[in-house]
Design a protein around this ligand. Structure first.
Ligand SMILES: *Cc1c(COP(=O)(O)O)cnc(C)c1O
Length: 337
């Protein structure tokens, strides 16, 4: 792979840190736990979308765009980061927000929603959960074209092959750090949502022939559906970057026991994991992605999937601004524990 061939904006100017989580390692009594801090990537509020947008916005600019159109859930980190980078690039930015939980969009809400206002979003169209979000983005783009703009549509989570290449970079960066630190990882654990993070990381690991299993914890879909989604995107990414032989289907591994009762909805595993990472390591996870990823991670340690003596890398993809939308369930949880 030669990632230098892909146009990029260079939003990621330095490798993200790898922290050894000594307290969590001791408490859980399993593998050595390392956390790669993609929550501290540049971009307002940090998080994984910056790596993907680095390539995707470069593509938009090359195509002469002056307005970005993208989509997400009502508390979307992806929308927040797309908007933040759009401000830097002097591009308009328009959202289609899918109300996956009925009645959950409030213009005056906290968390990412407030940040949309602060960063000065150009327009928001809210659609019902399950609607054709791509069609809605297309409509917004047509309206902009009629007004003389040059819109560019970024898919949900910036998860196409160009965006996923940002996580191929993550895998290469991680392997370089692993070499420098003389730390050989036995497993990598990622959250698996719109799938760019999972697919890109897997493509990078396979492209480098590194042989480290990549485990994806799903946040919105059952295992078979998510594995197929990751597989398709990893294949496309491998093709874009010329990874010979493509991606073996069995390399795609998802775990779906941790996201119920549904995307962005609270469960005890998430509350436990977010509280544990905060109190043991002083690290803020989020309720929608990394909280559920950590719930799965902890359970897989307890089940012996990740064993004592092994070294596991937990990819912290960010999302903490959404915490402020979840004060009540956390306050209830603190009373219980
Ligand atoms: C979007 C997001 C994810 C999921 O990444 P995908 O590439 O969409 O699978 C994980 N964590 C956070 C904080 C996110 O915003």
């Amino acid at each position: 792979m030669n990632l230098a061939k892909l146009p990029r904006r260079n939003y990621v100017t330095a490798p993200t840190r790898i922290d050894y989580a000594a307290n969590l390692t001791k408490l859980l009594g399993g593998p050595e736990i390392y956390i790669k801090r993609d929550d501290e990537l540049p971009g307002a509020g940090g998080g994984n979308k910056t790596r993907k947008l680095d390539f995707v916005i470069a593509d938009a600019l090359l195509k002469g765009a002056d307005a970005l159109v993208t989509c997400g859930a009502v508390q979307s980190n992806h929308c927040r980061l797309t908007l933040a980078w759009a401000r830097r690039e002097k591009l308009q930015c328009h959202f289609v927000l899918e109300e996956r939980v009925p009645g959950s969009y409030h213009e005056e809400a906290s968390g990412n929603n407030f940040l949309y206002q602060l960063l000065g979003v150009d327009s928001i169209k809210v659609v019902e959960g399950g609607s054709d979000v791509d069609a809605a983005m297309y409509e917004v783009a047509e309206r902009l074209k009629a007004a003389g703009k040059k819109p560019y549509i970024i898919p949900g989570g910036a998860s196409n092959a160009v965006g996923a290449s940002g996580y191929v970079v993550f895998a290469e960066e991680l392997l370089r750090q692993s070499f420098e630190l003389q730390l050989s990882f036995d497993h990598i654990v990622v959250p698996s949502g719109s799938a760019g993070t999972h697919a890109g990381t897997l493509t990078g690991i396979i492209g480098a022939n590194a042989g480290i299993p990549v485990h994806g914890i799903t946040v919105s879909r059952p295992r078979d559906v998510q594995e197929e989604k990751v597989y398709q995107l990893a294949q496309e990414t491998a093709e874009l970057l010329g990874v010979k032989g493509g991606i073996p289907r069995e390399a795609v591994r998802c775990y779906d026991d941790y996201y119920q009762p549904g995307y962005s909805r609270v469960n005890d595993g998430m509350l436990e994991a977010v509280t544990l990472f905060a109190r043991e390591e002083g690290i803020l996870l989020d309720p929608v992605y990394t909280g559920k990823q950590a719930a799965g991670f902890i359970d897989l340690i307890r089940k012996g999937v990740f064993k004592k003596g092994e070294k596991v890398l937990f990819a912290h993809t960010g999302g903490a601004p959404a915490l402020y939308m979840y004060l009540e369930p956390f306050r209830e949880w603190f009373k219980k524990i």
